[in-house]
Design a protein around this ligand. Sequence first.
Ligand code: ADP
Ligand code: ZN
Ligand code: ZN
Length: 730
Amino acid sequence: MTSLVQVAIPTPLYRVFDYRWNSSLPITRGVRVGVPFGPRKVVGIVLGAIESSEVAENKLRAVSQVYDTEPVIATDLMELLCWASRYYHHPLGDVLSTSLPVLLRKGQLATITEREFYRWIGPSPVPETLNRAHVQRALAHYLEHLSGKLAGADSLARISPRWRSSIAGLIDKGWVGAETALKIPDNKARGSAPTLSEEQRVAVEQVVDSLSQKTAKRFLLNGVTGSGKTEVYLRCIAKAQSMGQQVLVLVPEISLTPQLMSRFEQRIDGCLVCLHSGLNNTERLQNWLCASQGHADVVIGTRSSILAPMPNLGLVIVDEEHDGSFKQQDGFRYHARDLALMRANARQCPVLLGSATPSLESLKNVAIGKLIELSLTQRAGGAVPPSIGLMDIRRRKLKEGLSDRMLDAIREHLDNAGQVLMFINRRGFAPTLLCNDCGAAADCKRCDAHMTVHARTNRLRCHHCGAERAMPSSCESCRSPELDRVGYGTERIANVLAEEFPDVAIARIDRDTTRRKGALEEQLALAISGEARILVGTQLLAKGHHFPKLTLVGILDADRGLFGTDFRALEHMGQLVLQVSGRAGRETNRGTVLVQTRNPDNPLLQTLVKEGYAPFAHILMDERRLAMLPPYSFMAVVRAEATNAHEPHEFLRQVASSLETDKTGQLDVLGPAPAPMERLGGRFRAQLLLQSDKRSSLNDSLSRLSTLIDQLPGARRCRWSIDVDPVDLF
Ligand code: ADP
Ligand code: ZN
Ligand code: ZN
């Protein structure tokens, strides 16, 4: 009798496929196989042996290659991924494939190579002769700071893309020692640890208790900015390690927070690996294998590392759990925080979510007892919280977006040796180029959006699709030369500050100024050392950074968040304002935060700045409850797009009527409606909103939908997707 096997293949189809098994190897769930699929050969994942197939045996094709002897998807992850495929209604083959590093998806062998490690064995402090070789100097300081602990190649690669040739120079001098190993046997960190505050101690104790009980307790560490949440993570990690467990730490974006990484490196024993988009495919595969073979003691990574295999996983930490970047926005649209809760639950290990501005989802979970709240109400080490004030700019003359009182405040702080940060969540010079004669704006030809003016490069750029063109010298509709640059972005604010304060160094930090590899690190170094005394930036500056000298934060465009179209706009505005504010006064000097607004009487804004995040979030919760919006109901969006406006609507109408044929009354179907930005990158987009106050009704409807959606007549004429628990409704 021939053996048959079921294989998951990365396709958009909601089904798995049967093959004949001719190999002498046993059929093992979770190993990769090469199979013929149409005219191609693809890499699929074995789900298991089957007794019989609906396909006639002489029509079944055979597995052509078996790549692994051991599963690349371990049993616990396989279960999590199968669950996620059902929960997010995304095809299993694609879910499984997404969980693997690119090279494994392509069929490369899962072979681990030895890692390189380096340590400082030279004189301390680092000799000044290195001052002119600045990459060597940065590497030397980094290693010397670790006091003899070994650092991996990927830590050094973060310092400079040219680290390799520089480290060779240091090795030649006899100042750096190199070793290679699969796993470093003993690598003690020597960074000093502060004495915990009482609140920190209680928090650590609760998590540690749960570690030793092997119970799946779930915690929310709700601590104001600068309250020492990271310190709590470090203690919990150390404890888990001492019990022989691996720890997974999820962070929003590693490249934005190099400080956090070096702090972990200085304090964590053993082998620390990271998984993020800055790695090349080989590095990613090697780090992933290091985790999956249990060599990595701690894995720090962005969203996708929630799917990294860790055989001894004992604790999962999600830092800045409210952050939108944990939600994958295309393909398999999972939320890493929610998967973290599921994964920890399946492993019966504790999970620790941390934030100064928790998501309403997590606050609701606290209210219904699904999360245990641990509070840090005080800033650590004697620093006091910043004072936040609203600055009424109605009827006041603005100088290029800055009120005279803001300029005065900046001058005062600079005179008192302070450092200032001006926050505006818009890059470029001005968001609109408007004709004074006919009123036409310079629009993107492919999106329903204005082009952003970039003055230094003298170009117009679309921030949605990336289209660019030269700055016109006259109106593109009426040829009038009277063009106005309307509104403000970081470039314009930085220019006016440079004119006002000609002797002061300014660092502008946004996606335009940090595009080049290493540029962000350079700008941040200027900000941290205090060399740049004025910082201008977008949300790249909001999260996690520690600028010791910063005393004044100005928030220039908070009003935009008050009138967003998305139901989460206010929540995000509040989180952003407090996160940016949290950069001020983190050491000895008390910080001041000034929020420019034309709505100084807005009750929500008042609550936020006077009473803080908890009362603010409370009001939003009540509003969500009354409006039956998440987290008080459950949502999914079916999106469709095509090169004309008609097809997506027609297809979504078919989807809507297929959902209505067996109406239980438990599901609201809203739309189809055009997406808030209907045209993007030359494609027309529409969406259908599904909402229910019962998770099970939503899930049942989506299950039915997924069995028939690809057979709807319109399905072939659109690109479509299902998004469960959407974060952004566009
Ligand atoms: P958060 O992660 O909540 O923003 P951090 O852990 O970064 O806060 O702590 C803020 C600062 O306070 C850091 O410089 C940290 O080293 C310091 N710190 C943390 N805990 C303590 C403590 N118990 N005593 C003294 N300083 C502390
Ligand atoms: Zn015109
Ligand atoms: Zn565009």
